[in-house]
Design a protein around this ligand. Sequence first.
Ligand SMILES: [Zn+2]
Ligand SMILES: [Zn+2]
Length: 242
Amino acid sequence: MQGIIIDAGVSPRALKKGMAEVGLSMQSVLGVCITHDHIDHILYAGAYGEKLGLPVFSTEKIHKGMTVHPHPKVKVGASKRVINHEVAFHLGPFEITAFEVPHDGSDNVGYSIKYREKTFVIATDLGHLSEGVASKITCANYLVLESNYDKVMLDSGPYPFFLKNRIKKPLGHLSNDDTAQFLSSAHTPLLSHLFLCHLSQENNRPELALQVVKSALADKKSHIQVLCLPRGKPSECFILSP
Ligand SMILES: [Zn+2]
Ligand SMILES: [Zn+2]
């Protein structure tokens, strides 16, 4: 079995442990793909690259953002691999294409990954669903999509005003309603599994996100399995048919 790591906010030690619990090994990992240079996505990128010897793929701007970021202890060096938006590359059996998403990192991408006949798409940390993102999502069989906040919880929650504003902006994050409304109207006949990710600890609850998104899909898209990915611990292991 071979695989890819998307983003590096979790330490290699924690990831190894989580993988071992479901019978997977780091030996099977071919590389790391980074979505953008915010710290929750890059803290351990250098550790995966330089200590474990995995190639670290991202755009030149994101690599630059990682290099100048003050927090990661180990920087990406020889393991750096530069990719470009919309230019597919191959990693083992996977064909991977980075596509632009609207967010406020130095540069921001989602990934579309083809394996045999199936397409897996991940889009997290994005303020709205642009046409470019929509065109990728509609090709997905398996989709990991952000559902970051509940509007009422954010408005009444503890975040300072400037941060609430940043989250709501077109280059911020997707709310449960944004995600639900888009999916209810998007043409996604291929989609079989939808994983909601990057739920805010303070401004969202998994049951709320699930309820909003499931009810928006209830009429015509009830064949889609909708699940929430947990924060700070591994999810169950999903075996998706190739
Ligand atoms: Zn993030
Ligand atoms: Zn971010």
